[in-house]
Design a protein around this ligand. Structure first.
Ligand SMILES: [Zn+2]
Length: 233
């Protein structure tokens, strides 16, 4: 019997959580972080929601149980093989890939997400929901996925028109804390946790506008990572 195109994935399919960065409803403590107000679709959310939808379609076609989550990680603390948060950086920023690191915690901000990130709460920080932990094994798997993403996104950017900004590759563990101590890494129990900054609005608009090739690159990297773990044929 031939499986229907839209059949549900088998119960053994690996679960991949795909977060459209900044999509409402947003995470308590970070609700003021609405994302860049520019880019090829006018806002970062215009990009992240389009990309998330296409990544989910591609992953499901590859036999993955891909599921969406908005900025408020839903459900909280869910298990899975992968959690990926999709973004394009702020104006003047650069493309790159962050991954969860062990023995660290999430960023705190003033109020609901203003000001500079801090490893400790400010007196006026809004409450956060309960945090999960990042073990050394989670960091190792996250780094593997981050490098696989760099291996598909980097070459795609290099050969694509309109990608004029810089690509930072995999963010070092002592690098940009917005990418290494991202709250989403602490609201999931997924075995690998990464964040993609696909580009910077303005200089990369021509690249970011073509969402489909980016979705192909993202889903290919995730599929290779899952195959490397023996979770996908
Ligand atoms: Zn963002």
């Amino acid at each position: 019997m031939v499986a229907a195109v839209h059949a549900a994935p088998p119960a053994t399919a690996p679960i991949v959580w795909v977060q459209a960065g900044h999509e409402g409803p947003r995470e308590p403590g970070y609700t003021a972080q609405t994302g860049a107000g520019s880019g090829p679709f006018g806002t970062e959310v215009g990009f992240t929601t389009r990309l998330a939808a296409r990544v989910v379609v591609r992953l499901r076609a590859a036999g993955v149980d891909a599921r969406r989550t908005p900025g408020r990680v839903t459900p909280l603390g869910a298990r899975g093989a992968v959690f990926i948060s999709l973004h394009h950086d702020a104006e003047g920023g650069r493309a790159g890939i962050g991954h969860a690191i062990a023995a660290a915690g999430e960023n705190w901000y003033h109020g609901e997400g203003f000001g500079s990130p801090s490893p400790r709460p400010y007196a006026d920080s809004a409450p956060h929901r309960a945090a999960t932990t990042v073990s050394p094994a989670v960091e190792r798997r996250s780094r593997d996925l981050a490098h696989r993403l760099a291996a598909t996104i980097g070459p795609l950017r290099a050969r694509s028109p309109g990608a004029s900004g810089a690509f930072g590759g995999v963010e070092p563990r002592d690098g940009n804390v917005r990418m290494t101590r991202f709250y989403g890494f602490y609201r999931t129990r997924a075995a690998a946790r990464v964040l993609l900054e696909a580009g910077a609005p303005g200089v990369d608009d021509g690249f970011l506008r073509r969402v489909d090739p980016i979705a192909v690159a993202v889903s290919a990297a995730i599929s290779r990572h899952l195959r490397g773990r023996g979770l996908l044929r």
